[in-house]
Design a protein around this ligand. Structure first.
Ligand SMILES: [Zn+2]
Length: 367
């Protein structure tokens, strides 16, 4: 047992455990809604308890750029600023910088990017990323890594692996509090082995698998993910960044992932897609215009208790903000409840049957 993770039971490779953070304990496998800029889009904190949200992830670089650490420190820390006293993960922001428009260049020392607000060039170093996350009062900080885009040559991916190791060491020595190291290596298994042995040589309390779910075929992603997870220490929590569809999350759980995050529930809500216990529904379709049933009769969320599919369909068509809110809270509740069901299935040694049931509803290109 590590100091922050208690592994309680297993079913195959799936694990049920407890993650311990300065702001409370969380049962795993767990799904964290994404609050990049300090808010889960459209969802106020008063809904967190009803939805069962125990932990969220925010982006330290976004908050560093705006509103800035000074403003946040006036509120105490990130918990005071966003009004949530539960566990908060923060990402380094390295992934966003290297994958969005503002990347300038990658240096030995860190990532140079143009600040989106004023175009100023900023060098984000591993030490600075640790300091930002220290100042925010983050419960679990993610190391600065170099996630090289999919499709680059093996030589370039290996350079990214070595740079990630260098940065991880610098990050590790600067971070006070819990930090997770990130394994890179693209789709090359020997590089995954190299990166895993480098990163796990540092005594991080937990590890993440990075550099997947960035454009490679899904089959490759799961193959490399499964391979990489087996290289990580069994007694520490494992986090996979950016897997969000119910069936994919379940597959990840069955390979041994403990922590997930994704914008999938809220982004899909903005596109009118609802997750339900019977599979996904596109509520923009005219078939729902006079459908008086709730989105999901098995769901206990505010939306399903109070409104019809017809009403939500109407709001979405009229682009009413309430429609986005109602569908966002439903999708988040679905994912949180889905994780509760996954944890029960692990505890009852029933994950295989559970998987077949979900595959029927969400498989066949339906996820
Ligand atoms: Zn609902």
């Amino acid at each position: 047992m590590s100091e922050i993770f208690e592994l309680i039971s297993r079913n195959g490779k799936a694990r049920y455990g407890i993650l311990k953070t300065p702001h409370g304990n969380v049962e795993t496998p767990v799904f964290m809604p994404v609050a990049t800029k300090g808010t889960i889009k459209t969802v106020p904190k008063r809904d967190f308890d009803d939805l069962g949200i125990k932990m969220i992830i925010s982006n330290s670089l976004h908050l560093f750029l705006r509103p800035g650490l000074e403003i946040i420190k006036k509120h105490g820390d990130i918990h005071g600023f966003i009004g949530f006293n539960g566990p908060i993960f923060t990402d380094s922001g390295g992934f966003q910088v290297t994958n969005e428009d503002f990347l300038h260049s990658i240096k030995e020392d860190g990532i140079v990017f143009k600040a989106p607000n004023d175009g100023k060039k900023i060098l984000l170093t591993p030490k600075m990323s640790a300091q930002i996350q220290n100042s925010l009062g983050t419960d679990i900080a993610m190391a600065l890594d170099y996630c090289i885009p999919y499709g680059r040559s093996k030589r370039k991916v290996e350079k990214a692996v070595d740079l990630t190791f260098k940065w991880s060491k610098e990050f590790f020595s600067e971070r006070n509090g819990i930090g997770f190291g990130i394994v890179q290596g693209g789709v090359f298994k020997d590089l995954r082995e190299k990166s895993a042995s480098q990163i796990t040589s540092l005594d991080f309390p937990g590890f993440a698998v990075g550099g997947l779910s960035i454009g490679e075929p899904k089959e490759t992603m799961f193959d490399v993910l499964d391979f990489t997870l087996d290289l990580l220490p069994d007694n520490k929590p494992r986090y996979f960044m950016g897997l969000g569809s119910p069936l994919d999350v379940l597959k990840g759980v069955m390979m041994g992932i403990d922590i997930f995050d994704s914008v999938f529930p809220t982004r899909n809500a903005r596109h009118g897609l609802a997750f339900t216990s019977e599979g996904p529904l596109d509520l923009r379709k005219s078939a729902f215009s006079d459908d008086l049933k709730p989105i999901d009769k098995k769901c206990d969320c505010y939306t399903c208790k109070n409104y019809s599919r017809s009403y939500v369909h109407h709001l979405l068509r009229e682009k009413e903000i309430l429609g986005l809110y109602l569908l966002s809270i439903h999708n988040i509740r679905f994912m949180i409840k889905f994780m509760e069901d996954i944890r029960s299935a692990i505890k009852n040694n029933n994950i295989e049957n559970f998987y077949h049931d979900v595959e029927e509803k969400y498989g066949k290109g339906n996820s």
